[in-house]
Design a protein around this ligand. Structure first.
Ligand code: NAG
Ligand code: NAG
Ligand code: NAG
Length: 503
């Protein structure tokens, strides 16, 4: 189009140049240049006319390039330039035999127990004690009767940590009947607290720890203790061989389907909704059922909850529908394979179909493993949760609808293994955006760019663990810290001296 206009100019200048050729004046030089420029324009015209012929050839390769770029961005490899570092320092001494014992009752769900157990390894080290294989919680909401060795590889746990802490399967027979110090250790305690607790050894040979969750501070501990926590969680506390083996198979099957997959921890289970008091999008009958469950669960202290306020503060898990809108806004196409890493979804298929509208390729444990394979884990919530954990850690993207223990543990593990992509929804801001669109205060077309902007720095990239919230005093500040196992940087993740290429 531009070229057709330049033609008349070209003709004019060539005719004029005939007259002026013999005398090379500044004017004629200008004309020569004009001719040259016109010639280039002509050349350009012909060359651009040729492009359409080669375009069909270029297009597919460009498209796949773009697709690859998009894949890299959406389901990308982790960050290079960092590596796990868990080796003890040169000051670290091997564990000695100790005839003082710590027994532990681990409480909570699978991941609360896992992190609690690793904290107890560190506590036993600080207190110079032998650790007896912990007893697992059988009374929590999940009512799982599994023993330690049903979920974890007990022998590996013992041998992997033999230089750090002596661990035994059982208390020696002669100590079974001696009086024990029954201890409720103070939450988030530091080194000096446990050094002081050593005085208990003057009167007792066995300390029985009645709760293992959050007993150890996130920050301010010696480097060797922090690294011990990482060795315990990531190197020693493996799942039992049957769980590891099926977990691996499930990952392979997912990969053979689409190559890449998202693991979505859709924490939309009954206990979570009842505990948080979140009833957004539920029927009155469902809301009432949840209220009754909260009323009747003694250890949940808060009974009267305003669901609207909870949601506005970002304290509610995203609903399946909200997750669908969220992932779509981030640019994930409907063809994305999504593995649901969760137990039962409250409201069942009805609520579930709201997510399937956005992502039809939803799969569960039951669609990746056979009933026969799952049979031995059925009715053991912690064992099936372990399968979800493995599939989540290995996924190309991990997303959670709520920042619970599982989400935090998986996030930390993925950071440790090389900052594998992990998107943490900013629920408070998202709810605000969703509500604005519902009220017609925001154009729907802006959703994607706003959501992308809000989550640019929430993708599991390298950063130091966050300290307590500003302005909170006293012990309450420990609660506001980012958990050690959610982000073991900088203690257990180090910057590589040389940049290493992605595997
Ligand atoms: C293909 O990609 C190259 C750069 O990678 C770009 O210069 C070229 O214009 C693209 N071609 C088409 C037809 O999009
Ligand atoms: C650990 O305890 C044993 C006795 O059980 C003792 O011999 C040893 O010196 C103690 N080590 C430290 C570092 O306190
Ligand atoms: C819950 O909180 C919202 C917002 O603060 C308020 O509008 C609503 O009336 C409250 N509901 C109840 C039942 O108190």
């Amino acid at each position: 189009m531009v070229n057709s206009r330049s033609f008349p100019q070209l003709r004019n200048s060539t005719t004029r140049s005939k007259f002026l050729l013999p005398k090379p004046t500044p004017f004629s030089i200008t004309l020569y240049f004009s001719i040259l420029i016109c010639f280039s324009i002509l050349l350009f015209f012909f060359s651009t006319r040729q492009i359409p012929e080669t375009e069909p050839k270029l297009l597919p390769s460009n498209e796949s390039q773009e697709e690859q770029l998009r894949d890299q961005e959406l389901l990308g490899a982790g960050n290079v330039g960092f590596h796990p570092c868990v080796k003890p320092t040169s000051r670290y001494k091997e564990a000695q035999e100790s005839n003082r014992y710590i027994t532990v009752r681990s409480n909570g769900g699978l991941n609360q127990m896992r992190t609690g157990i690793c904290d107890m390894v560190a506590v036993a080290r600080i207190m110079n004690a032998t650790l007896v294989i912990p007893q697992l919680d059988k009374k929590s909401f999940w009512r799982d009767t599994s023993k330690f060795s049903d979920i974890f590889d007990e022998l590996h746990f013992i041998t992997a940590l033999q230089k750090d802490v002596r661990i035994v399967k059982e208390l020696p027979k002669d100590l079974e009947s001696v009086p024990r110090a029954r201890k409720h250790f103070t939450s988030w305690s530091g080194l000096s607290y446990y050094e002081e607790m050593k005085h208990l050894w003057e009167d007792f040979q066995v300390i029985n720890v009645v709760k293992s969750d959050s007993r150890l501070a996130n920050n301010g501990l010696p480097l060797d203790i922090q690294r011990l926590r990482c060795r315990a969680l990531y190197h020693a506390l493996h799942f039992s061989p049957p769980i590891e083996s099926l977990g691996k198979k499930m990952v392979e099957r997912l990969r053979s389907r689409e190559g890449k997959y998202i693991a979505l921890h859709l924490r939309y289970e009954k206990d979570m909704l009842a505990f948080t008091g979140c009833t957004y999008g539920l029927t009155d009958a469902e809301a009432e059922e949840l209220r009754l469950m909260r009323e009747n669960t003694n250890h949940w202290k808060v009974k009267n909850i305003n669901s609207t306020e909870q949601r506005n503060e970002g304290f509610c898990p995203l609903t399946p529908k909200e997750v669908g809108i969220f992932l779509q806004a981030l640019g994930y196409p409907p063809s994305t394979l999504v593995y649901i890493a969760a137990g039962g979804i409250y409201g069942g298929e009805t609520r579930f179909s709201e997510l399937r509208t956005y992502f039809p390729k939803l799969v569960f444990k039951e669609s990746v493993a056979t009933l026969e394979e799952l049979k031995m884990f059925a009715n053991h919530a912690s064992q099936t949760a372990a399968l979800d954990y493995i599939v989540s850690v290995e996924s190309d993207l991990f997303v959670s609808s709520y920042s619970g223990n599982m989400a935090r543990a998986v996030e930390g593990h993925r950071r440790f293994l090389g900052h594998r992509k992990t998107i943490t929804p900013d629920r408070k801001r998202l709810v605000d955006v969703f509500d604005k669109i519902e009220r017609g205060e925001l154009q729907e077309g802006l959703l994607s760019s706003i959501v992308k902007q809000l989550h640019k720095n929430r993708q599991g990239g390298p950063r130091k663990r966050e300290g307590p919230l500003f302005g909170i005093k006293g012990r309450g500040r420990f609660k506001t810290e980012e958990s050690f196992y959610e982000n073991p940087y900088p203690e257990c993740i180090c910057r590589s001296k040389k940049r290493v290429d992605a595997p």
